[in-house]
Design a protein around this ligand. Structure first.
Ligand SMILES: [Zn+2]
Length: 148
């Protein structure tokens, strides 16, 4: 067993203790969740790992990880196969919603889109489109950098 593996086990345990004692604390970003880790190696770009299902992604990107953990379809990101407790899922959903609002503001989309967001059903649909665009762009860049 490598030293890295034992560190991961410790992190998972502390997460469980924390969620029992402190249900109200909200994550500032996905990387604050002990179950989502970034792996950086000396001369390679940063990777990320989902501890719920032990999947390693070749690129660390918060929106992609949220799509993974929330099992958002149509993003090109593999859905999480792990058992994510409702508490953690709620936190991811909050982050997801926050990120969505931010990226929408950046893109200066028309008021129509914000109107659509009022409806819960269509809001999920619209956020899918946003996340999909973000992930595809990032993955494309990553693939390009790998082909150099
Ligand atoms: Zn996962």
């Amino acid at each position: 067993m490598s030293p890295a593996t034992s560190t991961l086990t410790l992190t998972a345990t502390s997460y469980l203790e924390k969620s029992n004692n402190d249900d109200e604390s909200m994550l500032k970003n996905i990387w604050k969740c002990p179950k989502i880790i970034q792996i950086s190696s000396d001369n390679l770009s940063e990777k990320m790992k989902c501890m719920w299902c032990d999947t390693i992604f070749l690129l660390a990107h918060a929106a992609c990880m949220l799509s993974h953990a929330l099992r958002v379809k149509g993003t090109g990101v593999q859905a999480c196969k792990g058992k994510i407790p409702p508490d953690a899922h709620k936190q991811y959903m909050m982050l997801y919603q926050k990120g969505k609002v931010k990226s929408e503001a950046r893109k200066q989309v028309s008021d129509d889109v914000f109107d659509i967001f009022d409806s819960t059903q269509q809001s999920a649909m619209a956020s899918l489109l946003v996340e999909s665009a973000v992930c595809c762009d990032v993955l494309k860049k990553y693939i390009m950098s790998q082909n150099k």
